[in-house]
Every structure is written in structure tokens, then in C-alpha cells.
Design a protein around this ligand. Structure first.
Ligand code: IPM
Ligand code: MN
Length: 356
């Protein structure tokens, strides 16, 4: 297969971890006989520095002309403590999601056997956890009408959802559940919010079309507790944009490190693959960030964008081997020997090259 990948490292540790993802992709392509070509683009603070725009037209054109996007992170401390800043790196990611129509963000929460002790939660609670969060990504408060009035002393963000937006994300979630353990949890705040009542109404309308799927409904405050109290309850969890943002950070600590959590954003145009961690500016340039989330995102790219499950598995096996053998970055080394980002990337690439 011929594949064209948009490479968008972004800011902070983005370039370091994306480089390791690229290594894994190259080795897999060499091994399985695929031809890969990269197109490099700027997004986030690095794009603002160059063009004034966090998601320049040129980058969008590159994404549209590619089969998949491999993305690192955006964010820069220069903007974090300046609420008056008109332009922000994060706007680049939001614009990219919107313009590529990436309405679904799929965030698997998996655990690695040899790492369960790293979780802040009790081992027996965490061991065997395997669920997927499906987060709506182009609607809700992130994109609703927002602004200031009364001389800037009143601020508002509107949470708005249209039926078609809710239907398409729920359809994806129901179908996902059908391919897994057939259990869907719809998370909302329907006891308070009208937009949540629309979600719940539509979910109830759709449920009879998926008779094999058992559906439960959970308020988001309760869900945030159950994710920690009883994470094995979940198979597929679907929710709106803001709730999904918060719950997936929370869920990431089940596995022991945010540096392990990958994601796929899919929808109308080119799909995008990214680690869920941010730009981690304190570590930028130090070659210490965990590249595994990005490397697993590359595995998701083969699986989701190209339907190449063997290739995805080759990457996943290598990641598991590096963790099992303790060839990891400092966030996972438990005070033992740790390795640099690029070393872990090389180790994983070598493993893919030398193993079936
Ligand atoms: C995420 C991030 C983004 C979000 C930020 C960087 C805009 O936190 O992908 O979860 O809030 O969606
Ligand atoms: Mn987030």
C-alpha cells in the first residue's frame, strides 16, 4: 500500500515523541512492504511564531491531501498565563478538528500487566481494565457561541448540540460496542442540562436498533466516580466534548501514566492520531518524554486509517515487550534504570524489525 502521512509534531515534546512514532511507522512499512511518504506541517505555537495563525491554510492543505495525520501536541507556557491573548496554540488543534470534521475522538483505556502497580489505584481494581471512551469532538461548549459582555465583566460559553451531531457520534459508539462486549454507557448531565436531555432522548430512540447492546445511562458526576471506583464496569463510554475531555484525563491514570494513552480522531476527512498527553513544556528538548502514547497512536493509524491490523499488532507487541522488559522512560522506571525517548523509540523499532 502507498500511504501519505501528514506529520504535525506541534509544540513542546511533540517533535521528540512524533519522531519515535515515525521510526515505528517506517520499520513497519519496510517490513510489510508499504510505501510511505511524509508531508510536514506546523500547528500550534510554532505555527503562530511563523505565520500568526495556529492552523495555517498550508497545514490544512497538507492534512487534506494526506491519508492520515500523525500529531504530537500543542501548547506553550507563553500563552498559559495570559488570558487576554487573542491567539492561542490550542486554537490550532480545535480549528484542525473542526475543519477536518473529526467529530469522534476514540480514547482506549487499556492496562499493561506489568504496569498495574504503577497505577494510583489498587491493583485488583485496575488489572484487566479495558474500555474505550468515545468523546464528541466538534460540538458542545468548545465550539458554541462564546464571548464577553458588560464591559468584559460577564463571560459565556454556550453548550449547543444539533440532532445530527448527536446521532452520528452515538451511531459510532453503538457500532463500536457491537464489535466489543456490547455494553454502552451514555454519560450526560440530563438531570440539569437541556443538551444532555437531547443526547439521552436520541440514545433512547436509537437503542432499539441495537438490541444486542445493553445501554446504561450515567450522570457525569457519578461517572467520574465510577471510573475510579469500578473501572471494569465500562466497555464503551460515550459522551459530549467537555465531559469527554475531563473524563479521559481522569481515566488515563488507571494505566499508570498519561504517557501511554493514545487516541484516534475520525470523521469526515483525514483521520488524526495523537497521544492524549499535552506538550509537557518542562520536558521539551530533554529527550525524557515517554514516546509510547505516540507509538500506540501510530498503531491505531494502521488499524483505523488503513485497516492494517497485523501492522498495528506488530507495533503493539513491541510496545508491550519494551514495557515488560523494563526498557522505558523515567516515568515508568520506578527509580530503576531509565532510558531516553529516542532510545525507547529505537528499541521498539528494532523489536519490530527483528520479531514476527
Ligand atoms: C485534549 C486537549 C485539548 C482539548 C486542548 C489542548 C485544546 O486537552 O486533546 O484533550 O481540550 O480537547
Ligand atoms: Mn484534554
Amino acid at each position: 500500500m502507498k500511504m501519505k502521512i501528514a506529520e504535525l509534531p506541534g509544540d513542546g515534546i511533540g517533535p521528540e515523541v512524533v519522531e519515535q512514532g515515525v521510526k515505528a511507522i517506517n520499520v513497519v512499512c519496510g517490513k510489510f512492504g508499504h510505501e510511505v511518504e511524509y508531508a510536514f506541517g506546523y500547528v500550534g505555537a510554532c505555527a503562530i511564531d511563523r505565520t500568526g495563525n495556529p492552523y495555517p491554510e498550508e497545514t490544512h492543505d497538507i492534512c487534506m491531501a494526506s491519508d492520515a495525520v500523525l500529531f504530537g501536541a500543542v501548547g506553550d507556557p507563553r500563552y498559559d498565563n495570559d488570558p487576554t491573548s487573542k491567539v492561542r496554540p490550542e486554537q490550532g488543534l480545535l480549528a484542525m478538528r473542526k475543519k477536518l470534521g473529526l467529530y469522534a475522538n476514540i480514547r482506549p483505556v487499556e492496562t499493561f500487566k506489568t504496569l498495574v502497580s504503577k497505577s494510583p489505584l489498587k491493583t485488583d481494581l485496575v488489572d484487566g481494565v479495558d474500555f474505550v471512551c468515545v468523546r464528541e469532538l466538534t460540538g458542545g461548549m468548545y465550539f458554541g457561541d462564546k464571548g464577553r459582555k458588560d464591559n468584559g465583566d460577564t463571560a459565556y460559553d454556550t453548550c449547543i448540540y444539533h440532532r445530527f451531531e448527536v446521532e452520528r457520534i452515538l451511531k459510532l459508539a453503538f457500532e463500536y460496542a457491537m464489535r466489543r462486549r456490547k455494553h454502552l454507557t451514555v454519560v450526560d448531565k440530563a438531570n440539569v442540562l437541556e443538551s444532555s436531555r437531547l443526547w439521552r432522548q436520541i440514545a433512547q430512540e436509537m437503542a432499539p436498533s441495537y438490541p444486542e447492546v445493553s445501554v446504561d445511562y450515567m450522570y457525569v458526576d457519578n461517572a467520574s466516580m465510577q471510573i475510579i471506583r469500578c473501572p471494569k464496569h465500562f466497555d464503551v463510554l460515550v459522551t459530549e466534548n467537555t465531559f469527554g475531555d475531563i473524563l479521559t484525563d481522569e481515566a488515563s491514570c488507571i494505566s499508570g501514566s498519561m504517557g501511554l494513552q493514545a487516541s484516534a480522531s475520525v470523521g469526515e476527512h483525514t483521520s488524526l492520531f495523537e497521544p492524549i498527553h499535552g506538550s509537557y513544556p518542562q520536558a521539551a528538548g530533554k529527550n525524557i518524554a515517554n514516546p509510547i502514547a505516540t507509538i500506540i497512536s501510530a498503531a491505531m493509524m494502521f488499524e483505523y486509517a488503513f485497516g492494517l491490523t497485523e501492522e498495528g499488532r506488530a507495533i503493539r507487541n513491541a510496545v508491550t515487550a519494551s514495557i515488560d522488559q523494563g526498557y522505558v522512560t523515567e516515568d515508568l522506571s520506578e527509580g530503576g534504570v531509565s532510558h531516553y525517548t529516542s532510545e525507547v523509540g529505537d528499541w521498539i523499532a528494532d523489536y519490530i524489525r527483528n520479531n514476527r
